[in-house]
Design a protein around this ligand. Structure first.
Ligand SMILES: [Zn+2]
Length: 291
């Protein structure tokens, strides 16, 4: 599996970012183990774009990719350079970018370091992980709730067909938005809903862009642009509910996308990291271009 992108590496990159005058850092909440949920904001334009990653413990590669893209954006801004002919200084007069790079820091550290770092949850995670021998299949937060099945759109559908008790993946919780991590995300969005929301998961190289036919018409054009630059396949609907992008589309009828990075078994092998980074970077930059 190689070295994973844990909260130490995230904090190191966060410090690097915050040395830039072009970014603002905030903490929107804390996880069950009291780790900060970081938010970075770049630019001050009227069009609000939101990226998040690290929703699922064994998908930490998405956090690493987002941070690497953010660092590159900041460097380009610093040097006043363009991206594909687009002046980033001009672009960020039109756009404001919000990034929550790691929604589930406890789950990420558990996958990478095992239960030793799970503090008071050590015995619980050992039980919930049964019969797995490692934590590489763990997606949930530290008490066994799947954060991307916590949102109140079709939540009951997932409750009725997914595990009924906490476990390493897919348990939607005993109610919607019971967890500090999912609650912090919902509050951030309710406070000011983005115009375009991208949730980065792994894996599959597809982009989900619909929910109950409530997505705006423009999503279909935008997702084709994402496909053109990344090669990722657009998929309108999928039999899945209670995810952040599902709720976002349902509630606001705005553009919401779930981007499934890479292909293979999670955590994705680092041997394909550079290839995944390139594709996601093109897609992420494209998402900053309005229309
Ligand atoms: Zn995921």
């Amino acid at each position: 599996m190689g070295k994973g992108y844990d909260t130490n590496l995230l904090n190191r990159d966060m410090e690097k970012c915050l040395r830039s005058p072009f970014v603002k850092g905030e903490v929107i909440g804390v996880s069950l183990l009291k780790k900060p949920l970081h938010l970075l904001t770049i630019g001050n334009g009227p069009f609000l774009v939101h990226w998040n990653g690290g929703f699922h413990g064994n998908e930490w590669v998405t956090s690493r990719i987002l941070m690497e893209i953010v660092l590159e954006l900041l460097e380009l801004l610093d040097k006043n350079e363009a991206w594909n002919g687009n002046s980033l200084k001009d672009l960020f007069k039109q756009v404001r970018l919000q990034v929550v790079p790691m929604v589930n820091p406890d789950g990420v550290d558990l996958v990478i370091h095992g239960e030793d770092k799970a503090a008071s949850y050590q015995e619980l995670v050992k039980q919930l992980n049964y019969p797995n021998r490692t934590y590489s299949s763990w997606k949930a937060n530290i008490r066994g709730i799947d954060l991307n099945k916590q949102f109140p759109s079709g939540w009951e559908i997932e409750r009725n067909r997914k595990p009924a008790y906490p476990t390493f993946r897919d348990f939607p919780g005993y109610g919607p938005l019971t967890e500090p991590e999912s609650k912090a995300m919902a509050q951030l969005i309710i406070k000011e809903p983005a115009d375009r929301l991208l949730c980065f998961h792994s894996q599959g190289e597809v982009i989900y862009y619909g929910y109950s036919n409530k997505q705006p018409k423009v999503s279909e054009d935008v997702v084709k642009k994402f496909q053109r630059v990344s090669g990722y396949e657009p998929v309108r609907t999928f039999d899945s509910h209670a995810g952040l992008k599902d709720w976002f589309i349902d509630r606001y009828q705005k553009e919401g996308y779930t981007v499934e990075v890479g292909r293979g078994v999670n955590p994705l092998p680092l041997s394909q990291y550079d290839k995944n980074l390139e594709k996601v970077k093109r897609l992420a930059f494209q998402s900053l271009i309005r229309g």
